[in-house]
Design a protein around this ligand. Structure first.
Ligand SMILES: O=C(O)C(=O)C[C@H](O)C(=O)CO
Ligand SMILES: [Zn+2]
Length: 279
């Protein structure tokens, strides 16, 4: 499990492109037949990429979280950004189509992830995991793609028409901390999360997916008056500390998994600002 310590906004001005990418970009999460994990000390979030190709993979415990089983004192949302697959939690099999989301509650002991047909037309399943510490156990629950609470946002005229699906949230699948969903840009729209915001109460991570291989998202980060950018490829994740803007523009339409953890779960508790004040 890779460790990334927390950072403060006053470190941003001195960072090179490579510094920014080393701190905030999570590339190479999805490697055939591997489980890759990154522990950010921002709200103690663990990000994972699980890519079962030739055989199912069992999620282990890790010394970094001092637990025998991964879910001893944690919960997670898992979104499948690849071909169809299954997540079996303590013997109960959950089928995850592309874009489906499974909440796994504290106390799950045996979690096995598998692809339906890694060699098939849709390829191997690619499971993206976002985990946070949990104080109690909520039931493991599956949400089919598009079956969460839907919000239609933006406008074609401003190139930011998008459909936001809330899966794990206050009025949906219950959790201790994790708030998670998927946003999909409409064809011809390229901007996500604009007007942008921060939320000093929560860390948020984005995982871009369904972005064509040759396309990129130019993702903004940093305080609103001291922004930087990173150029991000398909199935790469970004860690946005509570003080950081998180917004991006693609060279093609795309989807992204957004997920948060921290002080509260109030989706609309955002610190907004005028675009004209950004620097
Ligand atoms: O398209 C959007 O806008 C989003 O998806 C916003 C994220 O959900 C977010 O930043 C929530 O705080
Ligand atoms: Zn946000």
């Amino acid at each position: 499990m890779e460790q990334r310590y927390a950072t403060a906004p006053d470190q941003i001005p001195g960072m090179t492109t490579e510094d920014l990418r080393r701190r905030y970009l999570v590339p190479d999460l999805f490697v055939d037949d591997e489980i890759r994990t990154v522990y950010t000390h921002h709200d103690r979030v663990v990000l994972g990429g699980i890519s079962p190709v030739s055989a199912p993979l069992s999620l282990p415990g890790y010394p970094e979280i001092r637990s025998e089983q991964f879910f001893d004192h944690r919960e997670a949302g898992i979104v499948n950004v690849g071909g169809p697959g299954t997540v079996t939690v303590d013997g109960t099999e959950h089928r995850l189509a592309h874009g489906a989301c499974l909440y796994v509650g504290r106390g799950a002991a045996d979690v096995v992830l598998a692809s339906d047909d890694a060699a098939g037309e849709q390829g191997a399943a690619r499971f993206y995991l976002f985990s946070a510490p949990a104080h109690t156990a909520y039931p493991t629950t599956l949400v089919e793609p598009g079956q969460g609470t839907v919000r239609e946002l933006g406008d074609q005229v401003t190139s930011n028409r998008r459909t936001l699906n809330q899966y794990i949230h206050e009025n949906g699948v219950k959790s201790c901390q994790v708030v998670m969903g998927v946003t999909t840009l409409h064809p011809g729209s390229m901007w996500n999360t604009m007007p942008a915001h921060t939320h000093d109460r929560r860390t948020e991570c984005y995982l871009y997916f369904d972005l064509p291989a040759e396309a990129r998202v130019v993702h903004l980060l940093g305080e609103p008056t001291e922004t930087r950018h990173m150029v991000v490829a398909d199935r790469e994740a970004i860690i946005s500390p509570s003080w950081s803007v998180h917004s991006g523009v693609g060279t093609a339409a795309y989807s992204f998994v957004w997920a948060m953890a921290g002080e509260n779960q109030a989706f609309d508790d955002m610190d907004g600002f005028d675009v004209a004040t950004m620097r």
